[in-house]
Structure formats: structure tokens, C-alpha cells
Ligand binder design. Structure first.
Ligand SMILES: [Zn+2]
Ligand SMILES: [Zn+2]
Ligand SMILES: [Zn+2]
Length: 241
């Protein structure tokens, strides 16, 4: 019974908790997540590199590959690279030597060499599995809103609803800006709603012109089971792509 849950957190800590859950979820979808140093409206800047042609994750670090046999030394094989070659007798020399162990020549050159075929290792730029050599860098800005399940203050009973506040100042007019609502149920399990500012405006419809929205008093309440009219945004992390 002593176990702490999201229900015990203060409002401020709960909002940090929501941000943490969102950042973790974003990283699962391949995004690198950054905190702006100073900003009141943007909680995260996220970015990722993807193939321009097929949208697969892109690896920016070049690969170390043998020119002759194609062996890839990039990951765990780096210590197998033979670093030196004797110019006089062509012996491949492991380790950091100044003299050829075979002919005693000091005429050694640095040439990263394959331990299996003796071919030269070169650094090549990453290529996508689809064959593309082009990547794009995507940046997005994210505003996180978090909610716990509401309960009736008087009876202490669950209302089975979530509530999210949005204000005119939240409506940043930028196609790269998104809202992520992090909804945490009574078992601390989060659900995420992902929407663009345009999505939000479309679903809000005329209530955007309502006086309560203008006065920063608009609070969207919706079912914690079906998410009501916001249901179409459930787990829509693809919208960020
Ligand atoms: Zn590709
Ligand atoms: Zn090789
Ligand atoms: Zn030699």
C-alpha cells in the first residue's frame, strides 16, 4: 500500500513525469529528444535522420569496410585491423612497431589492412538498405500536456475522464509544431495522443472562438476509455514524420 504512484505526485512533478514518459516514447520512435534551455511553450526539440527515399533510420557515422572482401570493421572488429605494412617485404604488421619483424626494414607505412584478405580498409559513407545515398534531417517542436484521471473532489470517486487545458498562446502556427497529450490511468499506464496544431483546431471547431478559450479557461474533458473526439490521435506518432 506504500507504493507511490503517479497519483501522489504534485502537479508540477506530474507534469515532469509526463514529459519523461513522452520523451521515452519519442526515443522508441527513433527521435533524439532535447530540452530547450529557455522557452515557455516548447517542451522538446526532437530530431532524427532518415533515408530520403524510404524513411528508414539513417546512420550518420561512416563504415569501415575492406575494399577487397567487404568485411565490415565498424562495430566490434576494430581491434582486428592491421595497422602497418612493410614497404620492402610487404609484411602486414600488427601492433605499434617501428621495425619490420621479418626484414628489419624501418620503411613502414600506415595502411589499415583487412586481417582476413589483406585488402585495404576504407571509410565509406553510409548507404541505406534501399540503395539510397541521401538522407534528410527532421526537426520538430513538441508541447506536452499531461493529465491524470479526474475524480470527484466531494465523493472521491473516479470520473473516468481526463482533462487538458489549451490556451490561445499554445497555438504556435508552425507545421513542425505538435502537441502530445500524455494520459496516465490509475495504474500509471500512459496513453499518448499526438496531433498537429491544425488537427487541434479542426477538432475544436467553433469552441475555439468561445469566450472561455479566449480567457484561458477552456478545459477539454473526455472519456478515459474512449478519448472521445480526440480518439483519432491515439498513438499517432507517425504524424511527426
Ligand atoms: Zn532507404
Ligand atoms: Zn578483406
Ligand atoms: Zn619487411
Amino acid at each position: 500500500m506504500d507504493k507511490k504512484s503517479a497519483q501522489d505526485l504534485t502537479t508540477k512533478h506530474f507534469s515532469r513525469f509526463g514529459e519523461f514518459l513522452v520523451s521515452f516514447e519519442l526515443s522508441k520512435h527513433g527521435w533524439n529528444v532535447y530540452n530547450p534551455v529557455y522557452d515557455e511553450y516548447i517542451d522538446f526539440i526532437i530530431h532524427k535522420h532518415v533515408c530520403k527515399d524510404c524513411d528508414r533510420r539513417w546512420n550518420l557515422t561512416p563504415a569501415l569496410v575492406c575494399k577487397k572482401c567487404g568485411k565490415d570493421f565498424s562495430k566490434s572488429q576494430k581491434n582486428k585491423i592491421i595497422p602497418l605494412i612493410c614497404q620492402d617485404c610487404n609484411t602486414k604488421i600488427k601492433g605499434n612497431k617501428t621495425k619490420c619483424p621479418k626484414c628489419k626494414s624501418t620503411n613502414l607505412v600506415r595502411q589499415p589492412t583487412c586481417d582476413e584478405c589483406g585488402g585495404e580498409i576504407e571509410m565509406i559513407d553510409h548507404k541505406c538498405e534501399c540503395g539510397s545515398k541521401n538522407y534528410v534531417t527532421k526537426f520538430r517542436t513538441i508541447q506536452v500536456k499531461s493529465s491524470r484521471i479526474e475524480f470527484n473532489e466531494r465523493t472521491g470517486k473516479s470520473k473516468n475522464t481526463y482533462a487538458v487545458d489549451l490556451k490561445p498562446k499554445d497555438l504556435i502556427e508552425d507545421d513542425y509544431h505538435f502537441f502530445i497529450w500524455c494520459l496516465v490511468n490509475d495504474y500509471d499506464k500512459p496513453s499518448f495522443l499526438v496531433m498537429s496544431v491544425q488537427d487541434f483546431k479542426r477538432v475544436m471547431g467553433d469552441s475555439l472562438k468561445g469566450i472561455s478559450f479566449f480567457k484561458d479557461q477552456d478545459r477539454q474533458h473526455f472519456s478515459s476509455k474512449t478519448f472521445g473526439k480526440w480518439d483519432e490521435f491515439f498513438n499517432k506518432f507517425d504524424k511527426l514524420n
